[in-house]
Write a protein that binds this ligand. Structure first.
Ligand SMILES: Cc1ncc(COP(=O)(O)O)c(C=O)c1O
Length: 414
């Protein structure tokens, strides 16, 4: 593919150069149409049985995106009291929120208990704590199914060597603790990891969780977790996650379970990335070009504080080059390493890429930044966080989070 942003008309007729000048670079730019389409798609994964997709808001907590998820029929899951409050502020009723924290304090659990928010406990000790705080209450337990999957070991969230969930061999202790505190285990959940393009490991994990579910009586819900991937190599024509094929293969697995269990509980999933990743790009300015030891660098203002995924996970993000607001055609390519403005040698956005020539003043447009982009931003090197701008379905452009100022950096000093 020569250009994704041209193919989908990402800027909806707006000139990206105008956006960059008006809002400053770096800037996160979102496309409402893509976001809503993805949020709607995940809500339809299961139609035969009761089902909800819980958008996993750690991927992106911008309140405007949360309101879109609400309107597109998604529920949400949250990892912290901050995320719970964000959802309440966005207008989510408590029954559409699932709290899936790990290693939280009694105060944090108490917050969810007081609000009546369904909570999943991630360990036997947290279940015990929940029982002490809320005897006779209702909750869920996160199971560690013993197998994981994902694009990097840091995002594999199940398997014997991760910190998450209760191992299958400890399930009897779940029953003991729930008996002791008269708790009702209303649901079980899992999340095996992030970014799989092949549905097979996820489907296997669904089957496995459903096998484990047979040990629990009267479950109200079973949550299979998130992790649906998106094609980060789209300029090399990587295919989308095969959602239709996945849905077709999931249904008979659920059929078999419902028959054996004698009823259909509410099935849930927890996609984060799939909902928001492709609905955002970052525009950054090229401020320097240089050659060091034979390596050509393009120095931009997209530092690792703005987008940490490449330096944290070695993640790939496609980059398009814009000159005077127009995409520079991908021909006569040269090897360029696109870097940021942070004082770290790991501050690399795209290493050894085949790109058209990059000149000072060009814009680098980094694709697929909607998930784990802004939500993982920091002010490292005392750089304020960037603005987030939304291109509406009608082509309108509005700021949905203002750019931080240098003064903001001093706000918390006593
Ligand atoms: C418990 C849980 N659910 C859902 C997700 C969302 O994963 P993804 O964004 O890959 O869909 C995560 C990601 O870390 C997670 O830890």
């Amino acid at each position: 593919m020569n250009s994704f942003i041209e193919k989908v008309d990402f800027f909806k007729g707006n000139n990206p150069e105008d956006i960059a000048v008006r809002y400053g670079t770096p800037v996160y730019v979102y496309n409402e149409e893509i976001l809503r389409e993805r949020m709607h798609t995940v809500a339809q994964v299961v139609t035969k049985y009761p089902y909800t997709a819980n958008y996993s808001i750690k991927a992106n907590t911008n309140i405007h995106l949360l309101r879109m998820a609400l309107e597109e029929g998604d529920n949400c899951d949250a990892m912290s009291v901050g995320e719970l409050m964000m959802l309440e502020k966005a207008g989510f009723p408590v029954e559409r929120i699932f709290f899936v924290p790990n290693n939280v304090s009694a105060d944090e659990l108490q917050y969810a208990i007081d609000k009546g928010i369904m909570t999943s406990l991630d360990s036997l000790s947290q279940l015990e704590l929940f029982g002490q705080l809320n005897p006779g209450g209702k909750c869920a337990v996160r199971i560690n199914p013993g197998v994981g999957a994902g694009h990097h070991e840091k995002v594999v969230t199940a398997g014997k060597k991760t910190k998450f969930g209760v191992a299958e061999e400890d399930i009897d202790q779940i029953f003991e603790i729930s008996k002791k505190y008269h708790l009702t285990i209303a649901g079980i959940n899992q999340h095996i990891g992030s970014l799989f393009m092949d549905p097979e490991p996820y489907l296997k994990a669904v089957e496995n969780l459903l096998r484990i579910a047979m040990r629990f009586e009267n479950l109200e819900f079973i949550d299979f977790g998130g992790g649906y991937g998106i094609p980060y190599h789209k300029l090399d024509d990587e295919a989308e996650f095969p959602m239709e094929d996945f849905k077709k293969r999931l249904e008979p697995i659920l059929d078999a379970f419902v028959e054996k269990y004698g009823k259909a509980p509410l099935f849930k999933s927890e996609p984060g990335r799939y909902c928001v990743a492709e609905g955002s790009v970052i525009l950054g300015r090229v401020h320097a070009v240089k050659q060091n030891a034979g390596v050509k660098y393009a120095g931009t203002d997209i530092g690792m504080n703005v987008l940490v995924r490449p330096s944290m996970y070695d993640s790939w993000h496609d980059v398009e080059i814009l000159r005077n607001g127009k995409v520079v055609e991908r021909k006569e390519l040269q090897e360029i390493t696109v870097v940021g403005n942070i004082c770290e040698s790991g501050d690399i956005i795209a290493k050894n890429r085949q790109l058209p020539e990059m000149k000072v003043g060009d814009l680098a447009c980094v694709l697929d930044t909607g998930a784990y982009g802004y939500s993982m931003c920091s002010t490292y090197n005392s750089r304020p966080r960037p603005a987030e701008v939304l291109i509406g379905k009608d082509g309108s452009v509005k700021v949905i989070r203002r750019k931080e100022t240098l003064e903001d950096l001093f706000r918390y000093f006593e």
